[in-house]
Write a protein that binds this ligand. Structure first.
Ligand code: NDP
Ligand code: X2W
Length: 317
């Protein structure tokens, strides 16, 4: 049996990557929109209602419109925008969290997690559940991401930069320093923390790949723990997972000349977790592809669960 799928936003960064993944499925027929009509609500509505499953790879406002265009009970939706991630009528598409896989399988409305939020939540949630971190732990984190994380406009800014701004783009650029990043609500809600972390994202001059750093102070935790204990808790939590891999505690082996390589998981749906540090000073680092496990790969993983396929179909480990 063939499933029909429509990608609303097929010309965008996430949409193009999704189409690439979907081309690997013989049991999926992709409904294409005439490029000239790709922003026409009537045409999008027609295809969304025809499809068994629609992906919304759109800015928030357009994603909201797409949802209102669906007039039947059949079309399942996977929404890549940040719009419904903390909305209780949508399910958060992070299957590696406890009981989340069953919720995804049973739902017809899934929100794909934000790219930065994915690494933070996967790093912190097991520590809260185990009681090692208290819910009001004053968490902080920072991430370094390639510029494709900012979509078409971000790619244009870096790849077609006018000569006057090339020097400025060459160096990493921290942003959201007023602490209003749009991922903060989901970071709090799904990590289990009472308050969002103090989060500093940094955009850098390379296309793809993200690393999320979560520093922790052992003596401020509910139960004082070392880096090794933190690693053991994470490793046990993700033991059965195919896409989340907790690396052995062997800090120096993962560094090249003392440096951590951020983009080693690019082009995959893999998320690797490392725990660095000693007794009191601990850093959890997760690295993954912002367009893989951080966006389109995660969307495909959710589709596989919703349509009853093998969870890893079409994805690269
Ligand atoms: N890039 C990433 O790493 C991640 C992105 N996301 C989220 O996914 C969504 C898509 O992001 P991304 O692909 O990067 O963004 P892009 O800007 O690359 O693509 C968005 C696409 O939507 C199209 N579009 C805009 N308005 C409408 C409309 N009214 N009707 C139909 N199409 C429209 C754009 O058209 P046009 O071609 O004319 O610009 C563009 O092709 C966003 O909500 C983003 O925040 C989530 C996780 C990670
Ligand atoms: C490097 C970069 O600019 N990244 C984007 C987030 C990409 C993403 O996850 O966007 P959504 O929240 O819409 O899913 C940012 O930090 O705003």
């Amino acid at each position: 049996m063939k499933h029909t799928v429509f990608v609303d936003g097929q010309e965008g960064t996430t949409g193009l990557k999704l189409l690439d993944y979907l081309s690997r499925f013989s049991s999926i027929e992709v409904l294409k929109i005439d490029p000239a009509k790709r922003k026409d609500p009537k045409e999008r509505g027609k295809l969304l209602n025809e499809a068994d499953l629609g992906f919304l790879c759109l800015p928030d406002s357009a994603a909201k419109e797409s949802v209102s265009l669906v007039k039947n009970d059949k079309t399942k939706l996977i929404n890549a925008s940040s719009l419904f991630r903390t909305d209780s009528s949508w399910v958060y598409g992070l299957p590696e969290l406890k009981h989340q896989r069953e919720r995804i399988q049973a739902s017809s409305r899934i929100s794909v997690p934000g790219c930065h939020a994915t690494g933070f939540i996967l790093s912190v949630r097991p520590l809260i559940e185990s009681g090692l971190l208290q819910k009001d732990y004053p968490a902080s984190c920072f991430s370094i991401s390639g510029y494709t994380g900012a979509g078409k406009s971000g790619i244009e800014e870096y790849e077609n930069a006018d000569p006057a701004s090339i020097d400025k783009l060459h160096v990493p650029r921290p942003y959201s320093l007023m602490h209003k990043h749009k991922h903060l609500p989901e970071m709090a809600m799904f990590s289990g923390l009472e308050y969002p972390p103090v989060f500093t994202p940094i955009k850098a001059n390379y296309p793809q790949g993200l690393a999320m750093f979560v520093p922790l102070t052992g003596r401020c935790m509910a139960k004082q723990a070392s880096a090794k204990t933190v690693r053991e808790i994470l490793a046990a939590y993700y033991e059965a997972e195919r896409f989340v891999q907790v690396m052995p505690y062997d800090s120096e082996a993962y560094l090249e000349d003392g440096h951590f390589l951020i983009d080693e998981c690019k082009y995959t749906n893999r998320l690797e977790i490392f725990v660095f540090g000693q007794e009191d000073h601990i850093t959890i680092v997760s690295r993954y592809d912002n367009l893989g496990k951080g966006a389109s790969g995660a969307a495909i993983q959710n589709m596989n669960l919703m349509l009853g396929f093998d969870e890893a179909s079409g994805l690269i480990l």
